[in-house]
Design a protein around this ligand. Structure first.
Ligand code: ADP
Length: 418
């Protein structure tokens, strides 16, 4: 550098540079070896020595006329840049450079005002370097505090959601236990209502009666029997749901799952929509808990019913379609309701997200359903149909490997082809 800048080599500057390099190596070693609490002192010492070595270069290369003198005001700025975490290095380097440049100027018999001017320039640069590094540290501290605060808020939110989830699960478990005992209470009187009804039917029809009266009585008895049978079926289905945790997953046919869910959903959908089932009996079996899957499907059907009722849709229709493709079986629950608004669609699977208000919705149906389906290796998606209404797709892997790639034909008595 001396050859390039000064036009000749210089032993003094070479020695200064070698000593400077040795100091930097010692500094690097000290930073690595010493405890963190020594860092400010070591960095300040390095800064003071660096400034001293630089001033030595200035001294050996012409003092006030040295080509390096113009760089002296940048030394405190450099120190602030290299050691931004502490004020000491910028201040130490700045004071050394200020006093050093003043001494150099006076030593070369420069005018005092000129020497003071230089000292003021280096002093101001020290002030700006210290101020800027202080501002940087403040900004960094504020940012890390904000990051900590954000992390703290996020973990508190997670905790609150977990708490609500647990409380809701406990509530559901209590309701389930209560429902199980209510169902037991209903079942007992139902058993004797059924047998008494059968007895009455036999007795009444054994009487000598006019044909018309006999016909009427028989119809009334049959209707009552059908009603009681329906109550029994619903109670037994609900009982199954309350016991479903004890069940292990096994091969199950989706057509049976749909039958289970449709029977229960019928109670909800009766006055709101027509339920169409288009699920081929030949759909490959999946490996899951039949009642759990029926619970998922029931959720989807009840949601469709709620949407149709809320939008007061005339001629409401809910369709369950089944299709097998590429080793996966898909059940689609479609309705001709208002569909899911675009701003709601990304959130429907969020825990506790509901648009139904606290009286009616818990916001748990879809999130629990997705969790259940994923447990069986499947997926649950929500979308809107191009022709209007919502479509929920429940996809599961088939239990046995299958090579079916086209939709299967429909099973007998289950509706039309898909
Ligand atoms: P909840 O039924 O208690 O509201 P869910 O998790 O089952 O909770 O549903 C979340 C939300 O998804 C509902 O509040 C509703 O806004 C929306 N949603 C679900 N199914 C449908 C559907 N078929 N049509 C329109 N919106 C639906």
């Amino acid at each position: 550098m001396d050859v390039l800048i000064l036009g000749q080599p210089s032993l003094e500057t070479l020695l200064t540079r070698v000593a400077w390099c040795a100091e930097l190596l010692a500094y690097g070693w000290a930073v690595r070896k010493l405890d963190e609490r020594w860092y400010p002192a070591v960095a300040t010492l390095n800064s003071v020595l660096t400034s001293g070595f630089f001033l030595s270069l200035v001294y050996f290369t012409g003092q006030a006329r040295s080509p390096y003198i113009n760089l002296v005001p940048t030394v405190p700025l450099m120190m602030a840049l290299v050691h931004p975490r502490h004020a000491g290095p910028a201040i130490g380097g700045g004071i050394t450079s200020t006093l050093g440049v003043l001494g150099l100027m006076l030593a070369t018999r420069d005018s005092v005002p000129h020497a003071l001017g230089w000292a003021c320039m280096v002093g101001s640069s020290t002030f700006f370097a210290t101020y800027a590094s202080g501002q940087l540290r403040k900004a960094q501290a504020a940012e890390s505090e904000a990051r900590l605060e954000r992390a703290r808020r996020e973990s508190l939110e997670k905790l609150a959601v977990a708490d609500r989830h647990r409380a809701q699960t406990e509530k559901l478990a209590t309701v389930g236990r209560l429902a199980a005992s209510v169902m037991h209470e209903i079942n007992n009187p139902l058993a004797f209502v059924r047998s008494n009804l059968d007895f009455l039917r036999t007795e009444v029809l054994a009487q000598q009666l006019p044909d018309e009266t006999r016909q009427e009585l028989q119809e009334v008895m049959d209707e009552t029997r059908t009603g009681v049978e329906r109550i029994r079926q619903i109670v037994s289905d609900l009982k199954g749901f309350s016991r479903m945790d004890q069940e292990e997953p096994s091969e199950c046919a989706l057509a049976d799952v749909v039958t289970d869910a449709a029977r229960l959903a019928g109670v909800r959908l009766k006055h709101v929509a027509k339920l169409k089932v288009e699920v081929p009996a030949e759909l490959p079996e999946v490996f899951a808990t039949r009642r759990r899957l029926a619970q998922v499907l029931l959720n989807l059907l009840v949601n469709a019913g709620d949407a149709l009722e809320e939008a007061k849709v005339q001629g409401g229709e809910v369709t369950v379609r089944g299709v097998a493709e590429g080793g996966r079986v898909t059940l689609m629950v479609e309705d001709n309701g208002p569909g899911i608004p675009p701003e709601v669609l990304p959130r429907v699977f969020d825990t506790f997200f509901t648009t139904k208000g606290p009286e009616k919705g818990t916001g748990l149906g879809l999130s629990i359903s997705r969790e259940l389906v994923e447990r069986f290796g499947g997926t649950l998606r929500a979308e809107n149909r191009p022709e209007g209404g919502a479509r929920l797709c429940l996809e599961l892997p088939v239990h046995a490997p299958t090579t079916t790639t086209t939709p299967l034909p429909l099973g007998e008595g289950r509706g039309e082809g898909i």
